[in-house]
Design a protein around this ligand. Structure first.
Ligand code: GRG
Length: 299
C-alpha cells in the first residue's frame, strides 16, 4: 500500500466510525427505510468526496472534525445518486460496492425511499447544530449543494442527458455532449466538494477559482478513468458490473477517443490539476496525491 492509499484508508476508517452516530434507529417498522439508507451508505465506497471536502478545508486550517458534517452530507447525497442509478428504471444493476444493490437487498420501493431519505438528510446534516459554522456559511453550503445536485445544470440534468444519449448515440456533437454529461453528472459533486471546503475556510475569490479549476480537471479525469475501468477494470475490485457501456452502446470517453487517447487525456488533465495547486505550496500535497490516485485507481 502506498503512503497515500494508507492515508486515504485511515481517513475512510475514521469517517466510517463516525457514521453510526448519524443514524440512530427510531422505533417503528418504518425504520426499514433508515436501515436501507445506512446499508448503502456504510457499504464500502472510497469516500473521495468527503476526503476532498476535508483536505480542501484543511488548506484554510479547518480541522477534519469541523468539516465532518459537510463531508458526511455530501456522501449521503452521493449514495442517494448511486441507489437511484442502480434501480431497474435506470441502470438496473445488481451489484454496488461489491454488495447487492439497495433494491436487491431490500426492494424497489424501499430503495427509492432510501435515496429520497439520504438526499433530504444531506441538507439536515448541513443545518444540524453539531455542524460548527455560522448560519450564513450553512446557508451557502445548502444552496451550492442543491444547485450541484439538481436539475438546472446539476447532477440530475447530467443523468437525464446521459439517459437520452443512451437511446440516441448518433449525436451530432459527441465531444460536446460527453463533456456536458460528465460536467453535470460526475463533475458537479466533485466540484462541490472543493467549493464546500473553500466556503468553510472563507477562501478568497482567487483561491476559490484555483480549487474550481483543480476540481473540474480531476472531475473529467475521474469520469475518463471510470470509462476506461468499465473496459479494463476487474469486477472484483470495482464491486459493480463492468462492460455495460459497450453492451449498451453508450457514448463514453473510450467510445469517442479509444483507450490509448483517453488515457493520454486523463493524464494531461491530472498534470494540469496538480500544477494549479502550486499556489497553495506544501499544504496541498494530499490533494495532489489524490489527483494521481484518481488517475491510477483500480476501483
Ligand atoms: C440518479 C440523479 C441520479 C444521478 C446518478 C452518480 C450517478 C448519477 C450515476 C452513477 C453512474 C456513474 C458511473 C457515474 C459516474 C462516476 C461515478 C459517480 C462513480 C461512482 O463514484 P465513486 O467511484 O464511488 O466515487 P464510491 O462507491 O467509491 O463512492
Amino acid at each position: 500500500m502506498t503512503d497515500f492509499s494508507s492515508y486515504l484508508s485511515t481517513f475512510s476508517q475514521d469517517f466510517n466510525q463516525k457514521l453510526p452516530n448519524l443514524f440512530p434507529l427510531p422505533k417503528g417498522e418504518e425504520n426499514r427505510v433508515i436501515k436501507a439508507m445506512y446499508y448503502s451508505l456504510s457499504n464500502g465506497g472510497k469516500r473521495l468526496r468527503p476526503f476532498l471536502v476535508t483536505e480542501t478545508a484543511k488548506l484554510f486550517n479547518i480541522s477534519s472534525e469541523e468539516s465532518f458534517m459537510t463531508g458526511a452530507a455530501l456522501e449521503c447525497l452521493h449514495t442517494y445518486s448511486l441507489i437511484h442509478d442502480d434501480l431497474p428504471a435506470m441502470d438496473n444493476d445488481d451489484l454496488r460496492r461489491g454488495k447487492p444493490t439497495c433494491h436487491k437487498q431490500f426492494d424497489e420501493a424501499t430503495a427509492i425511499l432510501a435515496g429520497d431519505g439520504l438526499l433530504t438528510y444531506a441538507f439536515e446534516l448541513i443545518c444540524n447544530e453539531a455542524n460548527p459554522f455560522s448560519s450564513s456559511i450553512k446557508n451557502k453550503l445548502c444552496s451550492l449543494l442543491a444547485n450541484a445536485a439538481g436539475a438546472f445544470n446539476g447532477m440530475v440534468a447530467g443523468q437525464m442527458l446521459d439517459i437520452l444519449t443512451e437511446h440516441n448515440t448518433d449525436t451530432k456533437q459527441p465531444q460536446k455532449t460527453i463533456n456536458r454529461i460528465e460536467e453535470m453528472k460526475t463533475g458537479r459533486l466533485l466540484r462541490y466538494a472543493c467549493e464546500a471546503g473553500a466556503v468553510l475556510g472563507q477562501a478568497t475569490e482567487e483561491q476559490l477559482q484555483t480549487l474550481n479549476f483543480y476540481s473540474r480537471k480531476i472531475g473529467t479525469a475521474f469520469q475518463i478513468v471510470d470509462d476506461i475501468l468499465d473496459v479494463e477494470g476487474k469486477q472484483e475490485l470495482m464491486g459493480k458490473t463492468l462492460g455495460k457501456d459497450a453492451a449498451q452502446g453508450k457514448l463514453t470517453f473510450v467510445s469517442l477517443y479509444g483507450l490509448a487517447e483517453a488515457k493520454t487525456i486523463a493524464s494531461q488533465l491530472i498534470s494540469e490539476a496538480i500544477s494549479a495547486l502550486e499556489v497553495f505550496g506544501g499544504s496541498a500535497q494530499r490533494l495532489k496525491e489524490l489527483a494521481y490516485f484518481i488517475l491510477n485507481r483500480n476501483n
